[in-house]
Design a protein around this ligand. Structure first.
Ligand SMILES: Cc1cc2nc3c(=O)[nH]c(=O)nc-3n(C[C@H](O)[C@H](O)[C@H](O)COP(=O)(O)OP(=O)(O)OC[C@H]3O[C@@H](n4cnc5c(N)ncnc54)[C@H](O)[C@@H]3O)c2cc1C
Ligand code: SF4
Ligand code: SF4
Length: 853
């Protein structure tokens, strides 16, 4: 029995990989001829995603059927029969719907003049600024002044009343990429509200500081005049209508439900919401048992959230399936090294003399191949190994981005994964030197790779035993949901909560059911009034000191949340009884006028404020409610709250960050940027809103984790999605085996926290479901005979991966990251790092520099 995944965008692919990783077989159905969805159209995300696509296509547990969709679904959870448009049927235990979104098509409105070649949709523009565009991301010479218009096809009652959640963020990314490749272009961004927080808000601040003109206005049309483009908007500060000539315009199109969602609903019986998206609970469960939703099929989402939902859907779909073994036999390496080389030519021809390059390396490799795509690379590696190559050079990829992918390809071909070497003739040569020098350097880089490969031997990697128990830190809704998910897979959980009861900051009525389920679950050991003093160990083998006892477990889910908003005396809070926080507000209040002031850029706090404002008006329509903020951040479906609040009579006033409201002598004064005038309110109550504060919670955790856990600038736990490229691991911390969910990661709504929790539990289960996990090959090894027990390595290892045993240094393989610090400092030269031994590195140097002593 398989799990059927419908849709091959990032959500579908990541769900399939997650299932296959647990040993579950997957059939992925994609309507188009190639999988990838919209990711392949997004300029700088595609390169991070491509290795995953290749991995999915090559995974023996994943069958991808393209050019096909579903025509009929029968059966129930555990036993669905799906008829495909190609006439075949598949039996599936569960179904994951990942059919994504449809970008809004602005050509339905003639007023934006999409027929003008210099009016682009944002997706078209992604291609223009992509490094792999014919111009390498450079604009044509005649485009020097460009305008981005946000909310096209979003927040428009006639076509799409929702906010599309991602376009404020992606517009900022597009502007950033555009300027990196075209620094002299003058940029305008026209927006209604900036619905971003955290890192994205910082990006926009930086763009503004660098001269990008962000103008708050709705642009209703693009005016074209003899081929020229201009827009008109109201300059509120100066009280006049402005006309701005532009060379090009980018329409930031919104996200709509995919065209097939309605049909899928009819075929499967899953309910849709009133906007045409698939209705979900816990962020991922549809109304039909055994059918789950992943990605933009249930609401507009950014990439990292699509991936979290995919992980959560896979976690639920994988339950109760017995894992199937996957193993590819490794070929025996004997005799002399036989080197096969593949040059990935894509994007290199114009920067390198490929004929000279090939002539320069022809003596190095027994076989030399070219590949234009990663798919072709995979098959060329396979055929080289079949034909007898036992070492492989891949020229034309980057170590940082592609090393693991290339090692996986070698492994799938049956070769030990450490017998492959990348020569980065792209970033290290072709893209940074003139053609001639780049060609010469590329030859040198490939020669160096060959010299190293000749000395490499297969590395046998030990498996590390796993303690099949989890530690969940934090007993709020996320921690409880994660614990239940892990326990439902038969794995025991220590659930540690520092307060004297479970529930976290949520109201009792919202958590009583979850608490009941957790407390009655025999696999979950609840430890309230408990804090972890110290955590040691590594993935599969952690220990925690709690008072006098020691807990042992194989993976950790951090769900410690964050502290509630602290107004810190602002606007007289604490001394003036009329000033309270949103948490202190009773929306049933009977007052003449209430002024709400948003004190920071938090999205979740903005939603809470709008919801409370609406609630007050519903309870007491005679109460005047004013909401004062920089931006109303009711993203996605929460836009409805904003619409309803305005319809109910709530008055929204927007101020600039450098001119916030003032509260004096019972009067709130604010300069409203929409009216272009000062407004004064005499409220009975001033209600302050703001985001949660992670610092008090995460600072303590940092100590417990001996400072190995990384925090971001704001104090949230740093996840691998904070990396600049595509966010494929949004629930993983920098330490293997430790995952994070809910507010500890970034402020989230309760529904998002539940989805995160299932996803984080899923990540932990991938470790916990096996009795052992694969270790790493590129780690240090100490020669017991050469070690002089000076303990230099013990002192210097940044990961605390060396200990002394019987007067000799010993590497704790689960902790070693192969950084090489110990090897480079050991006075007795007793330490070597896998794939980077002295012999291998010296061979590389000798190849280009001659004899090295
Ligand atoms: C211009 C633009 C820029 C963006 N930039 C960013 C960014 O920088 N960062 C970010 O986080 N997010 C960004 N996003 C959002 C990002 O595109 C989405 O988060 C992500 O692509 C969602 O992936 P998905 O798999 O849910 O959907 P999709 O990518 O839409 O994939 C769905 C797949 O399902 C297939 N399918 C549909 N119906 C069927 C059917 N009936 N049967 C079989 N297959 C079917 C489709 O062909 C498609 O391959 C951007 C969006 C846009 C429009
Ligand atoms: S406000 Fe919403 S719909 Fe408008 S651009 Fe921003 S994210 Fe998109
Ligand atoms: S290679 Fe780095 S992580 Fe590994 S033991 Fe040496 S210093 Fe520590």
């Amino acid at each position: 029995m398989t799990v059927a995944v419908i849709g091959g965008g990032i959500a579908g692919i990541m769900a399939a990989l997650s299932l296959a990783d647990r040993g579950t077989s997957v059939t992925l159905i994609e309507e188009k001829e190639t999988p990838g969805g919209h990711m392949v159209e997004i300029a700088d995300c595609v390169s991070g995603f491509e290795p995953k696509l290749i991995e999915a296509e090559a995974n023996p547990l994943i069958e991808i059927i393209t050019g096909t969709t579903i025509e009929k679904v029968d059966g129930v959870a555990g036993n669905f029969t799906i008829t495909l448009s190609n006439g075949s049927t598949i039996n599936a235990s569960s179904i994951i719907l990942a059919t994504g979104y449809e970008p809004f098509d602005p050509s339905i409105w003639s007023r934006y003049h999409l027929e003008n070649p210099n009016v682009y949709t944002s997706l078209e523009f992604e291609r223009v600024i992509s490094l792999s565009s014919p111009t390498g991301g450079k604009l044509p010479d005649n485009i020097n002044k460009i305008g981005f218009i946000q909310c096209i096809g979003s927040r428009e009652p006639d076509v799409n009343p929702l906010c599309s959640s991602v376009c404020c963020m992606y517009t900022a990314n597009e502007v950033k990429t555009l300027l990196a490749r075209n620094p002299d272009v003058e940029v305008y961004v026209f927006y209604m509200d900036l619905r971003v927080a955290g890192r994205d808000a910082k990006t926009i601040e930086k763009l503004k500081a660098e001269g990008v003109n962000y103008i708050r206005t709705r642009i209703p049309e693009v005016i074209t005049d003899n081929g020229n483009i201009c827009v008109q908007y109201e300059n509120v500060k100066e009280g006049k209508l402005e006309r701005l000539d532009l060379d090009a315009v980018v329409l930031a199109v919104g996200l709509l439900p995919s065209k097939s969602t309605q049909k899928i609903s009819e075929l499967t019986g899953v309910e849709l919401d009133e906007d045409g998206y698939i209705k979900v609970s816990d962020g991922v469960k549809t109304s039909v048992d055994g059918i789950y939703a992943a990605g933009c099929v249930s609401t507009p989402l950014r990439i990292s959230d699509s991936v979290i939902q995919a992980e959560a859907a896979a976690t639920l779909a994988a339950e109760d399936l017995s894992p199937q073994a996957k193993s590819i036999p490794e070929i025996e390496i004997s005799g002399d090294p036989v080197i096969g080389a593949v040059i990935l030519t894509d994007g290199l021809a114009e920067y390198l003399d490929l004929e000279r390059l090939k002539a320069g390396i022809k003596d190095l490799a027994a076989s030399l191949e070219e590949a234009a795509t990663l798919q072709e690379l995979e098959s060329k590696i396979g055929s080289l190994v079949t034909a007898g190559s036992n070492r492989i050079i891949v020229a034309g990829l980057s170590h940082r981005k592609h090393e693991e992918m290339v090692r996986d390809m070698a492994e799938r071909a049956g070769l030990n994964r450490y017998l492959v070497e990348i020569a980065n003739i792209r970033e290290h040569a072709a893209w940074v030197h003139p053609r001639d020098e780049a060609t010469t350097k590329s030859i040198d880089l490939i020669r160096m790779a060959a010299a190293k490969l000749k000395r490499l031997s297969p590395i046998e990697v030990a498996r590390l035993p796993v303690t099949q128990k989890a530690l969940v830190i934090g007993g709020g809704i996320a921690g409880m949901r994660a614990s239940l998910e892990i326990a439902s897979n038969g794995i025991g959980v220590y659930l540690v909560e520092r307060e004297d009861k479970l529930g976290g900051g949520a109201p009792d009525e919202a958590v009583s059911d979850l608490i009941g389920q957790v407390e009655s679950n025999t696999l979950i050991e609840v430890m309230t009034s408990t804090e972890i003093d110290q955590i040691d160990g590594f993935v599969g083998n952690f220990t925690a000191r709690v008072g006098d006892s020691t807990l042992e477990f194989g993976a950790i889910v951090i769900a410690t949340g964050a502290s509630p908003f602290d107004p810190a005396g602002r606007y007289g809070h604490g001394s003036d009884s009329k000033v309270i926080t949103q948490a202190e507000l009773d929306p049933g209040i009977d007052a003449k006028a209430v002024a709400m002031i948003q004190c920071d850029s938090s999205m979740v706090a903005s939603i809470e404020m709008v919801a409370n404002a609406l609630e007050i008006r519903k309870n007491n329509p005679q109460t005047e409610v004013f909401v004062l903020c920089e931006d109303v951040k009711t993203y996605g479906i929460y836009e409805k709250l904003y619409r309803d609040a305005r319809a109910s009579g709530v008055i929204f006033l927007r101020y600039e960050p450098d001119n916030p409201p003032v509260y004096e002598d019972g009067i709130v004064s604010v300069f409203d940027t929409m009216l272009g005038d000062e407004v004064q309110i005499k409220p009975d109550l001033v209600v302050l809103g703001g985001g949660v504060d992670p610092a008090p919670v995460s600072d303590r955790l940092k100590i417990a984790f001996n400072f190995r856990l990384k925090l971001d600038d704001a104090g949230y736990i740093f996840t691998l999605s904070n990396q600049p490229e595509v966010s494929l691991y949004p629930l993983d911390t920098v330490i293997d085996g430790i995952y994070v969910c809910g507010n500890a990661k970034r402020p989230v709504t309760p529904e998002e926290a539940l989805r995160d929790a299932i996803g984080a539990a899923g990540r932990a289960l991938r470790v916990l479901k096996s009795t052992s996990i694969q270790g790493k090959g590129e780690i240090a090894k100490v020669s017991q005979t050469a070690c002089i027990a000076c303990e230099t390595c013990v002192d210097l290892c940044p990961y605390k991966a060396v200990r002394m045993v019987y007067d000799r240094a010993e590497i704790i393989s689960g902790l070693c990251r192969g950084c090489g610090v110990c090897a480079s400092e050991c006075p007795a030269k007793a330490i070597q790092v896998g794939c980077f031994s002295d012999d291998e590195i010296l061979a590389q140097l000798e190849e280009v520099l001659g004899v090295v002593s």
